[in-house]
Design a protein around this ligand. Sequence first.
Ligand code: PBG
Ligand code: ZN
Length: 322
Amino acid sequence: MLHRPRRLRKNPIVREMVAETKLSKDMFVYPYFVVPGKNVNHPIDAMPGISHFSTDTLLKDIEKGLSLGINKIMLFGVGDQKSEDAKSAYGASSLVPVTVRELKKQFGDDLYVVTDVCVCSYTNHGHCGIMHNDYVQNDVTVDLIAKMALAHSEAGADMLAPSDMMDGRVAAIREKLDSNGFENVAVMSHATKFASAYYGPFREAADCAPSKGDRKAYQMDFRNPDEALREALLDEAEGADVLMVKPGLAYLDVIARLKQNTNLPIAVYNVSGEYSMIKAAAERGWIDEQKVVMETMYAFARAGASIITTYHIRDIVENKWM
Ligand code: PBG
Ligand code: ZN
């Protein structure tokens, strides 16, 4: 026999030597949910291990994370002042800008802050934009998104992650930032975000379930890989610095195909439903959590993602799974 692939699997040393995919802490971004108030640390039922924090308790938890090497976070604001026009989303005194200021005051450049930019936690109907005649209006929403992006940048955000899926928002954000002196704030666009049932637990976390209808008129149809590539390349052309695919596991083909068609870094968002499924099965003793989590992380990297946004990273570093 000329070829015996098992030779290179003989022991751990040779397996390490030929491992084609490596992971490092540097690749991970940890999502956080900030709520108004003080001293809040309220576990989110549908996401074991993840909590709502107020700004003060968030600072403490991030400090702990930093000591473990988690130095990149993605911040979601959960607004309590919801309105038709989402005006609590973009003022300098709204939740996320206030929190980012505190984070930057305390941690400076030791912490890289990515903020989610979307209005669904601030609209009274839970949609990711301004509604008119039961339809989310694109261009007026893009104006709001750009204002929100500017408010986050003024507060000190390092990178913005628009998750709304309006057309043209990357260009509008870029233009708004550049014309206000924030040319070094980066944009990680949710370039291909699919209308997905895997966001279920998040909607409890961010209190943003649409009160009526669904998000299919703006998020992508999961049957469309060609369209996914078109969407992503549009965001690249509009000036995105990083392209994100979301959710993760059910869309590895999209990541792999995008990898062959762009030279930008690719991020994956391992979303709430993916997280909670693993947590639930592990709680019941049906799967080995460590092994399944790490196999999943390697799958993202193997597919072509170099940035992984995941709720699992705290467990990974606390338990030294990596
Ligand atoms: C809303 C938003 C969602 C997520 C991130 N931003 C939910 C949705 O689009 O309904 C999902 C994240 C997760 O499930 O972890 N703009
Ligand atoms: Zn939204």
